[in-house]
Design a protein around this ligand. Structure first.
Ligand SMILES: *[C@@H]1O[C@H](CO)[C@@H](O)[C@H](O)[C@H]1NC(C)=O
Ligand SMILES: *[C@@H]1O[C@H](CO)[C@@H](O)[C@H](O)[C@H]1NC(C)=O
Ligand SMILES: *[C@@H]1O[C@H](CO)[C@@H](O)[C@H](O)[C@H]1NC(C)=O
Ligand SMILES: *[C@@H]1O[C@H](CO)[C@@H](O)[C@H](O)[C@H]1NC(C)=O
Ligand SMILES: *[C@@H]1O[C@H](CO)[C@@H](O)[C@H](O)[C@H]1NC(C)=O
Ligand SMILES: *[C@@H]1O[C@H](CO)[C@@H](O)[C@H](O)[C@H]1NC(C)=O
Ligand SMILES: *[C@@H]1O[C@H](CO)[C@@H](O)[C@H](O)[C@H]1NC(C)=O
Ligand SMILES: *[C@@H]1O[C@H](CO)[C@@H](O)[C@H](O)[C@H]1NC(C)=O
Ligand SMILES: *[C@@H]1O[C@H](CO)[C@@H](O)[C@H](O)[C@H]1NC(C)=O
Ligand SMILES: *[C@@H]1O[C@H](CO)[C@@H](O)[C@H](O)[C@H]1NC(C)=O
Ligand SMILES: *[C@@H]1O[C@H](CO)[C@@H](O)[C@H](O)[C@H]1NC(C)=O
Ligand SMILES: *[C@@H]1O[C@H](CO)[C@@H](O)[C@H](O)[C@H]1NC(C)=O
Length: 370
C-alpha cells in the first residue's frame, strides 16, 4: 500500500509539473526571437525618490582634469540627480512636481567651476551581471551647448557600448547621436574612437533636445544594433563586448572642445522617462532561478514578446509605454526594484495552488482505489 501511494504521488507531481506554469513570462522575454531571461524596468515618470529604488545607484565621485582628459575634471554628486515625477499618478506626460519635463533629471551645472571640476550627474544599475540584452532609454537631452549626454553599457574601458549626445553639435542642419563601441584600438588612440571601425556619427531625423525619444541597443554575441524610436540606425559587428556589465545614464562635461565642449553657460538638464533592459545574467544563482521557474518552456505565455516602440514616447498616449513589471503576473521570481515590485507572492500563491490541486487529485485517486 505504501509503495502504491508513493508511486501515485510521484506520478501526479511529475504529471502536474510538466503542465504547470505558475506565472506568465517565466521563461523570459523575447526580442525578435532572441530570448532573455531577466529584466530591469524603471518608470521614472512616477518615481518620487531614486534612492528608494534598489535597482539604481546615484554616483558620487570626482575625477581630476588629467584623468578626465579635459581642461576640467568632473564632480558627480547625488544632489545633481533630481527626481521630478508627474503630479498625477494617472498621467504619462507633462510637467513634473518641480516644474519642467517630468522624469529623472541629470544636471550639469552652468558657469566656470570654482575648483576646476564641473558638477555633473550619473546613475548606474546595481546589477553588474548583464551579459547580452536589449536596453532602452526614453529620454530628452539638453539643448544647452557644452555637455555629453550618455546612455551606455560598461564592463571596462575597452568593452563598452555608448550612445552619446553632444549638445554643442546640435544646430539647424545637424542633430547627431554618436554610436561607439570602445575597443583596444580606441584605447591606443587615447580613447578617441573616431578612427576605429566602431564609431559612427549618425544624423537623426528629429532634434533630440526637443522631445522624448527611445534610444536602444541590442547586444548579442555577434553584433550590436542601435535604434532610435524603433528604427535601426546602425549595426556593428567588431569589438562586440564579451564580459558582463551594467547600464549607466550620465550627463557630464570636461570642457574638451573636441568632445563635450562646455562647460555650459547655464544649468543643463537631461531628463529620463524610463529605462528598460531585457538581458541574460552571468550570475550562477540567477541562472539557477531561471532554470527552476522555467518549467514548461512551450506552455502558453511561458515567454513574452517585448513590445516594440514605433513612435516617440512623447505625449500622454505614446509615453504610456508597456512595463512587464506593472502587470500582475509577468515578473514572478524576477529581481526588480523595491519600489516597482508589483508581483510579490504570485509565484508562491500559484505553487500553493499546484500543491492543493495535486493533493486533491491524489486523494481522489486513493478514493477511487479504495
Ligand atoms: C498568471 O499566469 C498563469 C499562467 O499563464 C495563469 O494561469 C494565471 O491565471 C495568471 N494569473 C493572473 C492573476 O493573471
Ligand atoms: C528580426 O529578424 C529578422 C530575421 O533575422 C530581420 O530581418 C529583422 O530585421 C529583425 N528585426 C529587428 C527589429 O531587428
Ligand atoms: C539567453 O539565455 C537563454 C537561456 O539560457 C538562451 O536560450 C538564450 O539563447 C540566451 N540569449 C543570448 C543572446 O545569448
Ligand atoms: C529619499 O529617500 C531617502 C531614504 O529614505 C532619504 O534619505 C532622502 O531624503 C529622500 N530624498 C528626497 C529628495 O526625498
Ligand atoms: C523611501 O524609503 C523610506 C524608507 O523605506 C521611506 O520612509 C520613505 O517614505 C520613502 N520615500 C519615498 C519618497 O518613497
Ligand atoms: C560623497 O563622497 C564624499 C567623498 O568621498 C563624501 O564625503 C560624501 O559624504 C559623499 N556624499 C554622499 C551624499 O554620499
Ligand atoms: C562636489 O559637488 C558637491 C555638490 O555640489 C559639493 O558639495 C562638493 O564639495 C563638490 N566636491 C568637490 C571636490 O568639488
Ligand atoms: C577589459 O577586459 C578585457 C577582458 O577581460 C581585457 O582583455 C582588457 O584588457 C580590459 N581592458 C582594460 C582597459 O582594462
Ligand atoms: C552645423 O554643424 C555641422 C557639424 O558641426 C556644421 O558642418 C554645419 O556648418 C553647422 N550648420 C550650421 C547652420 O551652423
Ligand atoms: C582637439 O583636436 C585638435 C585637432 O585634432 C588637436 O590639435 C587638439 O589638441 C585637441 N584638443 C584637445 C583639448 O584634445
Ligand atoms: C497570456 O497573456 C495574455 C496577455 O497578457 C493574456 O491576455 C492571456 O490571458 C494569457 N494567457 C494565459 C493562458 O494565461
Ligand atoms: C526565485 O525562486 C527560488 C525558488 O525557486 C528562490 O530560492 C529564489 O530566492 C528566488 N529568487 C528571487 C530573486 O526571487
Amino acid at each position: 500500500m505504501f509503495t502504491v501511494l508513493s508511486s501515485l504521488f510521484g506520478f501526479s507531481v511529475t504529471f502536474l509539473s510538466s503542465q504547470l506554469v505558475r506565472a506568465d513570462c517565466e521563461c523570459g522575454y523575447t526580442v525578435n526571437s532572441t530570448l532573455y531571461t531577466d529584466l530591469i524596468e524603471t518608470d521614472f515618470l512616477h518615481l518620487a525618490n531614486i534612492t528608494n529604488d534598489t535597482d539604481w545607484q546615484p554616483q558620487n565621485y570626482t575625477v581630476t582634469p588629467e584623468l578626465a582628459r579635459g581642461p576640467y575634471g568632473k564632480n558627480a554628486s547625488i544632489s545633481n540627480v533630481v527626481a521630478n515625477p508627474l503630479k498625477s499618478p494617472y498621467d504619462w506626460a507633462g510637467d513634473g512636481v518641480n516644474g519642467g519635463d517630468a522624469g529623472l533629471q541629470l544636471l550639469v551645472r552652468g558657469g566656470l567651476p570654482q575648483d576646476g571640476l564641473i558638477p555633473m550627474a550619473e546613475v548606474a544599475t546595481a546589477r553588474t551581471d548583464m551579459l547580452y540584452g536589449s536596453f532602452r532609454a526614453g529620454m530628452k537631452v539638453t539643448g544647452t551647448p557644452g555637455t555629453c549626454g550618455a546612455f551606455f553599457w560598461y564592463f571596462n574601458d575597452t568593452q563598452e557600448i555608448d550612445m552619446e549626445f553632444l549638445s554643442a553639435e546640435f544646430n539647424s542642419t545637424s542633430q547627431p547621436v554618436n554610436l561607439v563601441l570602445q575597443s583596444p584600438e580606441s584605447e591606443e588612440a587615447g580613447f578617441n574612437a573616431a578612427n576605429t571601425g566602431t564609431f559612427q556619427v549618425h544624423q537623426l531625423n528629429f532634434t533630440p533636445s526637443q522631445g522624448f525619444h527611445e534610444y536602444r541597443f541590442d547586444w548579442s554575441p555577434n553584433a550590436v544594433d542601435f535604434y532610435a524610436d524603433g528604427v535601426l540606425l546602425d549595426t556593428m559587428t567588431s569589438a562586440v563586448p564579451t564580459a558582463p556589465g551594467h547600464i549607466t545614464l550620465s550627463h557630464w562635461s570636461n570642457g574638451d572642445p573636441n568632445w563635450s565642449a562646455g562647460p555650459p553657460t547655464e544649468d543643463a538638464i537631461l531628463t529620463v522617462e524610463y529605462l528598460k533592459g531585457y538581458f541574460n545574467s552571468s550570475d550562477a544563482a540567477r541562472q539557477q532561478d531561471w532554470s527552476k521557474r522555467c518549467i514548461s518552456p512551450s506552455a502558453v505565455n511561458a515567454t513574452c514578446p517585448v513590445p516594440e516602440i514605433t513612435q516617440a514616447p512623447n505625449g500622454n498616449a505614446s509615453a504610456h509605454t508597456f512595463f512587464f513589471s506593472l502587470q500582475a503576473n509577468d515578473t514572478g521570481n524576477q529581481t526588480v526594484s523595491g519600489s516597482s515590485k508589483k508581483s510579490k507572492g504570485i509565484a508562491l500563491d500559484s505553487t500553493l495552488t499546484g500543491v492543493v490541486v495535486s493533493t486533491v487529485m491524489l486523494l481522489s485517486m486513493i478514493w477511487g482505489l479504495v
